[in-house]
Design a protein around this ligand. Structure first.
Ligand code: HEM
Ligand code: MTE
Length: 467
């Protein structure tokens, strides 16, 4: 019978480099994860923080690891057990870093509690053109910081020859105030449909990782101009840092091109109000970036620092996530540097009523949903089919104003259609067209990608007809 190798804590702690091997512990088990470091979906540098010691304090923060597939993966790297005497109480504080998170609305469908990620149920999502704050979808990567509005300062790094700014909330209120209606969509919206084709890594968002609010604040271009920035010839990027960070001080970060930031027509905001209220804590209190027409990941919440750099943000979420790849690319072959970061999003639509699997009345059926496109492109039409895409009808779009090239918000739509006599079931499909005549792909498989982003195939709902 094979005997289990026993290691002391000291031995484990001496394995922290590719030369010695990279070891970690979980409970009483010891793992050699040298081969896995470069494959880690959260990036090698994050994993290396735990090298030579216990995973628990880190995994308490990144609870994405509390899933069976993660434990199975780790089990492959097991090399032995910790010396029982060394299994002393952890020396690091492992108290719940999420204990101070705000209380949330019970209607939200929670995809992950820590960090908090949740979407409104479809029936509520299209009930209002403006999504009420308490049910606006929430996508957090870390605990929600608890910031004091009186001592809050936003640091704007000045241009060479310009001046750096340290802005209080009052200072921001002194810039001209702009209010615009903007739809925010996460790159992972509708990821659960990609999972049905083939497994992907990420939260199982359904159709609700999208919401719309009226945002008010100062224009980023006005604030940057005060710090001496201009639109220069060279390709440059505006980097944003959040005040949500892990215990090592790594903050959430992202960037957008300087050309977009400086363009008054792009209407990028440093927002301090959401639907007439101060921003709720989950949505970035006291200040967040709003980048109309651009993927949610760039709308940095709890904004702490803004700087202009020759390169994109070095943040994990700019460089190693939120990018699209061919269906042929897997985690062994992916080269994140080979694809651009997602900025503007493609045309999207989904059915929110009826729900998949529901039974509808015979006679007439009411179908409701949303449609939106990135980059300010307006939705000009939504087509709906009751027979899986053989025949189509045009849905009625809401009347909300769509400004040319600045159609930042979604359009809600509906269709009342007779149920063809004798039908026992319906395969309802929707697809939207934007003003560039961009359309949605008909199926998911050809756009499948390992991260499950940009999921915008025709949305399909199968329902039964009451006899
Ligand atoms: C994501 C495994 C250590 C931070 C993941 C995922 C796996 C994984 C499988 C993808 C999970 C999913 O999306 O379903 C591991 C293993 C580790 C390890 C086997 C140790 C041997 C760490 C450490 C940290 C960390 C020490 C932090 C200090 C992250 C982050 C993500 C991630 C930030 C991405 C979460 C997101 O997408 O928002 N890890 N991990 N990991 N991991 Fe780890
Ligand atoms: N900003 C910070 N500081 N931390 C975050 O985790 N998540 C981003 C973005 N800004 C995030 C952030 C992502 S991926 C999305 S989709 C949006 O915030 C979601 O904004 P919401 O929670 O207000 O809906």
């Amino acid at each position: 019978q094979e005997s289990t190798r026993i290691y002391t804590k000291e031995e484990v702690s001496s394995h922290t480099s590719p030369e010695t091997g990279i070891w970690v512990t979980l409970g009483s088990e010891v793992f050699d994860v040298t081969e896995f470091v470069d494959l880690h979906p959260g990036g090698p540098s994050k994993l290396m923080l735990a090298a030579g010691g216990p995973l628990e304090p880190f995994w308490a923060l990144y609870a994405v690891h509390n899933q069976s597939h993660v434990l199975e993966l780790l089990a492959q790297y097991k090399i032995g057990e910790l010396n029982p005497e060394d299994k002393v109480a952890p020396t690091v504080e492992t108290s719940d870093p999420y204990a101070d998170d705000p209380i949330r609305h019970p209607a939200l469908k929670v995809n992950s509690q820590r960090p908090f990620n949740a979407e409104p149920p479809p029936e509520l999502l299209t009930e209002n053109y403006i999504t009420p704050n308490p049910i606006f979808f929430t996508r957090n990567h870390l605990p929600v910081p608890n910031l004091d509005p009186d001592t809050y300062r936003l640091h704007i790094v000045g241009a060479p020859g310009g001046q750096s700014l340290s802005l209080s909330l009052d200072d921001l209120h002194n810039f001209p105030k702009y209010e615009i209606t903007v739809t925010l969509q996460c790159a992972g919206n509708r990821r659960s449909e990609m999972t049905q084709v083939k497994e992907v890594k990420g939260l199982e968002w359904r159709t609700g990782a999208i919401s719309t609010a009226r945002w008010a604040g100062a224009r980023l271009c006005d604030v940057l101009a005060q710090a001496g920035h201009q639109l220069c010839e060279t390709e440059a990027h505006v980097c944003f840092e959040g005040l949500d960070s892990d215990p090592t001080g790594t903050a959430y970060g992202a960037s957008i091109p300087l050309s977009r930031a400086m363009d008054p027509e792009a209407e990028v905001l440093l927002a301090y109000e959401m639907n007439g209220q101060p921003l709720p804590r989950d949505h970035g209190f006291p200040v967040r970036v709003v980048v109309p027409g651009v993927v949610g990941a760039r709308h940095v919440k709890w904004l702490g620092r803004v700087s202009v750099q020759p390169e994109e943000s070095y943040s994990h979420w700019q460089r190693r996530d939120y990018k699209g790849f061919s269906p042929s690319v897997d985690w062994d072959t992916v080269d994140f540097d080979s694809a651009p970061s997602i900025q503007e999003l493609p045309v999207q639509s989904a059915i929110t009523e009826p729900r998949d699997g529901e039974t509808v009345e015979s006679g007439e059926v009411t179908i409701k949903g949303y449609a939106w496109s990135g980059g300010g492109r307006a939705v000009i039409r939504v087509d709906v089919s009751l027979d899986g895409g053989l025949t189509w009808q045009v849905a009625k779009l809401d009347e909300e104003e769509q400004r040319p090239r600045k159609a930042w918000a979604w359009r809600l739509w509906q269709l009342q259609a007779p149920v063809p006599a004798g039908q026992k079931e319906l395969n309802i499909v929707c697809k939207a067209v934007d003003d560039g005549y961009n359309v949605q792909p008909d199926t998911v498989a050809p756009i499948w990608n390992l991260r499950g982003v940009l999921s915008n195939a025709w949305h399909r709902v199968h329902v039964f007809v009451a006899p």
